[in-house]
Design a protein around this ligand. Sequence first.
Ligand SMILES: [Zn+2]
Length: 171
Amino acid sequence: MSKRLYPHKRVRYWFVYDIDDICALFSDFGLHAQTVRKWFRKGLKTIDAGKPALVYGCDLIEFLKKNNNANKCKTAFGEMYCMRCQDARPIFRNKISVEQNAQFLKVQGACRECKNVMFKNYKLTDMPPLRHQFRLVDVLELYDFAASTGKTHIPAQVRNATSESLQGDLF
Ligand SMILES: [Zn+2]
């Protein structure tokens, strides 16, 4: 997810923009049409369902403000950013679920105020303090260390165990 802050002051309130116009507005940021389409999925309003997609300047300003706030907002270790409250919030019942991959922990919890689902990425080394502070209801390890190393080691052991020289010792 992009953590860039796109200055909404460049957008003219009463203008109508298509995807290319929006990219041109932030060309110095290297804004790509793909990212704008992602914004549509994240809630940027279009005028209607027509093609090309057109956006009112006021809706684009609104979206960028929200998006920038989410990226700027500092949350304490035990808090996450709630998109609905648009602020840092503690976690409902202190219950989180953790998805671990090779680079980080993707943690999910509900907002204590509005119960909206929130996400936050933590460092892999944050696991012990997370366990200390929260109740982990679900841990999913996407990166399976045993399986990845097993590929090189297990076949070697199997070969040794069944090799003729060893069979005499084993049986
Ligand atoms: Zn909330």
